[in-house]
Design a binder for this molecule. Structure first.
Ligand SMILES: [Fe+2]
Ligand SMILES: [Fe+2]
Length: 365
């Protein structure tokens, strides 16, 4: 049985292991390795004293990293990377990976909870400092959502978009797929976590979005299948998380943010504001990738996922705005601004991730 945890160090074909081997083993690499060992330990909460040396060393590095990452506007990049990787390794236990059941032994560990909360608290405060929350609270929420959505549906081409459309090579395209596969191969999974509960029109719309993401229960039509087909076209690894080591921290931050918002019902409005942006802005980004694939003369299967999303996400975006975000704004007038916060944060973090991905692609080329 395949263990995804064991697979993390093998990044795959894009950056061969030689590069990883040459990389200096930093204190963060060592601390992450220690954390992986703790994660796999049987009954972690009850053996913390036995593992005291490892635990203390990990916690020392963790505290240092939190200080280094969030001390100012940008912070130390290696610290960001370390923290987002640790957080991701904890959060991913919320999903099932069809691997060794033993990998979930510490799913409810209080120690893991405390590590997660420590990182999340500092990180989320830092993210919020980049948004003018007070101004958001003054907005006419419905009008703000409608205006933002119409602007983001078909935005002017950025420098990064032009680069992807006009310059990115086939090697760059493969690198893009490798990074995007972290989400693409399990897409829609976190949405699944918010669907349970009382029935109403909002809930039913969210279910409808999920059903389409999940191919209405047919594996061949599931969006992640289209992503796997793109990878297969290049003989790339189709295992989820197969390219974990290539993923910039800015992309991991988007996943971790999503985990936080879907796991806490208090953030229900914020999550739905974020998903509204995600579905509305999707087609614009996918059109860039599709244009690049067509310019490179790639096969239909090597671009199928983008094509599918350009059609479906236009619909999903409209559903999210009309049948989820606006009705929620009416139902929760005092907290409706949180929908806009979610929307704006998703955009901010998404743009930051896109910038990091393009940088990583340029480097790989
Ligand atoms: Fe999708
Ligand atoms: Fe979608």
């Amino acid at each position: 049985m395949q263990s995804n945890l064991a697979m993390f160090p093998t990044a795959g074909i894009v950056e061969k292991s030689t590069q990883t081997e040459k990389r200096t083993v930093t204190k963060y690499d060592r601390a992450e390795q220690q954390f992986i060992e703790l994660l796999a330990a049987e009954d972690l909460d009850n053996i913390l004293d036995v593992e005291a040396e490892k635990v203390n060393e990990f916690e020392r590095i963790l505290s240092n990293a939190i200080r280094a990452a969030y001390r100012d506007d940008c912070g130390d990049m290696q610290a960001h990377r370390f923290l987002q990787r640790i957080l991701y390794r904890i959060n991913r236990l919320k999903l099932f990976w069809y691997d060794d059941l033993q990998n979930y032994t510490n799913e409810r560990s209080l120690y893991l909870y405390s590590c997660r909360n420590q990182i999340e608290a500092a990180w989320q405060d830092w993210e919020l400092t980049q948004i003018d929350v007070r101004a958001l609270k003054q907005l006419d929420v419905k009008q703000a959502l409608i205006e933002r959505s119409s602007n983001d549906l078909d935005p002017p081409l950025s420098e990064n978009s032009k680069y992807i459309r006009e310059e990115m090579t086939e090697a760059g395209y493969r690198h893009l797929l490798a990074i995007a596969s972290l989400d693409g191969l399990v897409e829609g999974s976190r949405l699944a976590r918010i669907l349970g509960g009382a029935a109403n029109e909002v809930q039913c719309t969210l279910v409808r979005v999920l059903l389409e993401e999940y191919g209405n229960g047919r594996l061949s039509r599931k969006h992640s299948t289209f992503f796997a087909q793109m990878l297969s076209e290049f003989g790339m690894n189709t295992q989820p998380e197969g390219y974990f080591d290539l993923v910039p921290w800015e992309v991991l931050a988007c996943s971790n943010h999503n985990f936080l918002l879907t796991e806490r019902k208090r953030h229900f409005l914020r999550y739905n504001g974020g998903l509204t942006y995600f579905e509305i802005a999707g087609p614009g980004a996918y059109k860039n990738y599709l244009t690049a694939a067509q310019r490179l003369g790639l096969s239909e299967a090597a671009m199928g996922y983008w094509e599918l999303h350009i059609k479906e996400d236009e619909r999903h975006g409209q559903w999210m705005l009309d049948d989820v975000a606006l009705p929620l704004a009416e139902q929760y007038p005092d907290h409706a601004w949180e929908l806009v916060l979610g929307y704006d944060q998703e955009k901010l973090m998404g743009d930051r991730a896109a910038q990091a991905v393009v940088q990583s692609i340029r480097k790989s080329e």
